[in-house]
Design a protein around this ligand. Structure first.
Ligand code: P71
Length: 456
């Protein structure tokens, strides 16, 4: 059969509340034109994020009941630890309440003024945790990764030559860690090839720089390797995952993505001394090392989710559901990041709204128009999330202005996605009437969460 169906049935449902265009106009105004500040109940299809929004399986809910809530030595921790070790091969597995808590611990221990952390692309929380220590976060995305319309199999790859130059220029002693984000969230959910991971690992080992994986979407990345990289056609997803981690010295993970849970994360690593320090910090900030910032039941659900996410039928449906939305709107002429990535369709706001300059936040303007049109909420990944000011107070734009439509795992059906496509295409037809925004309030760090804006 040609039709790829959702490989699950639905046993528990939640209502969607509908709003009129006039109501949404009012809601946007109240939210300061920042989609993060809209109440979820006022959203019809919520594509703000795929993080923590997964539908759990019956087995995960059963795990919630089975969770061992002992303070120390909980059985659920050992199941969690066993599962993570089997996948990653790392020696020390440290649970945290979500990804950024793992980042906070890792970068507090390794960071500081004068240090450089390098990556294909750091996600915003990771970058913030690095900059908070006084260190610098530097991205080395390949040129093809920065070209939205170009179709290439591994647009998440790090530029090895540029990285090698940077290491030679700054000195390995000033670079405490290299991180590969798989898939590359800020760059379109694009995968990183096994070859790129291997070569990065070789380069880092030559200089004694530890390589860590930001593993949020490791299973989606593995599926792309299987489908697109020579030599992996017949490999199992689990063997691809294990090989990928074997090139690294550790990872941070937000379990809210590919572990199919609503909360959780971990730090995993091989270095005994660093692990000891990390556990000491964990006790101060998160909790005892056999629960971190989580309940026993959460650890149980993560362990179960990490097994389910490796199912190839699931991954096939998952990647196809993103591609399906991408195809529909691309055929209608809507400019998107090509090819579609693992967890989201990214609209190219620069090409969609060429009349709005970066300092007027084309991505935010597009997000708000899409919400107005059909109650669909996306997120801007562009000048609001990553823009900076130079010494003269001028706006410095990031390379891409994107609107991400992230698809929660196992939550929406094909007709929901058809509706989203219709809303996007309708918005595209009205593009010339869309106006830029200006900032009314911004916080010093991670300003996109709380910024207030006004349309021009
Ligand atoms: C996403 C998120 C969650 C988010 C964060 C900030 C703004 C909007 C939404 C979180 C990630 C991620 C990567 C690659 C680390 C984290 C932090 N992503 N690395 O995409 O994508 O994990 O949220 O569990 O702390 O919507 P955490």
């Amino acid at each position: 059969m040609k039709t790829i169906i959702e490989p699950f049935k639905i046993k528990s449902v939640e209502p969607i509340y509908f709003t009129s265009r006039a109501q949404r106009q009012q809601i946007l105004e109240t939210a300061g034109y920042n989609p993060f500040l809209i109440k979820a109940e006022d959203v019809i299809i919520d594509l703000l994020t795929d993080s923590g929004t997964s539908a759990m399986s019956a087995k995960q809910w059963a795990g919630i009941m089975e969770g061992d809530e002992s303070y120390a030595g909980s059985r659920s921790f050992f199941r969690f630890e066993h599962t993570v070790k089997k996948l990653t091969g790392f020696d020390f597995i440290i649970p945290t309440h979500q990804g950024r808590a793992a980042e906070k611990i890792l970068f507090s221990l390794l960071g500081g003024a004068g240090k450089y952390f390098v990556s294909n692309t750091f996600f915003d929380t990771t970058r913030a945790n690095i900059e908070f220590t006084g260190a610098e976060a530097v991205d080395f995305l390949t040129l093809e990764g920065k070209t939205p319309a170009l179709v290439a199999p591994f647009k998440g790859n790090i530029d090895i030559d540029a990285l090698a130059h940077f290491i030679a220029e700054k000195g390995a002693e000033n670079i405490p860690l290299c991180m590969l984000t798989v898939t590359n969230n800020s760059g379109g959910g694009q995968p990183v090839s096994m070859q790129n991971v291997r070569e990065t690992s070789e380069l880092c080992r030559r200089y004694g720089i530890p390589l860590f994986i930001d593993a949020c979407r490791f299973a989606e990345n593995a599926f792309f390797i299987k489908k697109r990289e020579k030599g992996y056609e017949n490999a199992s997803i689990v063997s691809i995952v294990q090989e990928l981690f074997s090139y690294a010295d550790g990872c941070t993970m937000s379990a809210k993505k590919d572990a199919l849970v609503n909360i959780g994360g971990f730090l995993a690593l091989n270095d005994t001394y660093l692990a000891q320090q990390a556990k000491n910090m964990l006790i101060v900030t998160e909790g005892f090392p056999t629960y971190g910032g989580l309940a026993g039941r959460d650890l149980e659900a993560i362990a179960q989710g990490l097994e389910e996410v490796l199912d190839e039928e699931y991954l096939k449906y998952r990647i196809r559901s993103i591609e399906y939305l991408g195809e529909k709107i691309h055929h209608a002429g809507v400019p998107i990041m090509m090819p579609t990535g693992g967890h989201a369709v990214y609209l190219d706001a620069k090409a969609f709204l060429p009349h709005i300059p970066p300092h007027q936040f084309p991505g935010v303007a597009l997000c708000n128009e899409i919400y107005l049109e059909g109650g669909v909420r996306g997120v801007e990944i562009g000048s609001l999330m990553f823009g900076k000011y130079d010494a003269a107070g001028r706006h410095v734009a990031p390379p891409l202005e994107l609107v991400r439509l992230a698809i929660p795992r196992r939550v929406y059906t094909q007709s929901h996605i058809d509706y989203v496509a219709e809303v996007i295409i309708e918005t595209y037809h009205k593009k010339q009437y869309i106006k830029g925004h200006k900032m009314a309030y911004e916080a010093p760090l991670l300003r996109h969460f709380t910024a207030l804006l006004v349309p021009l």
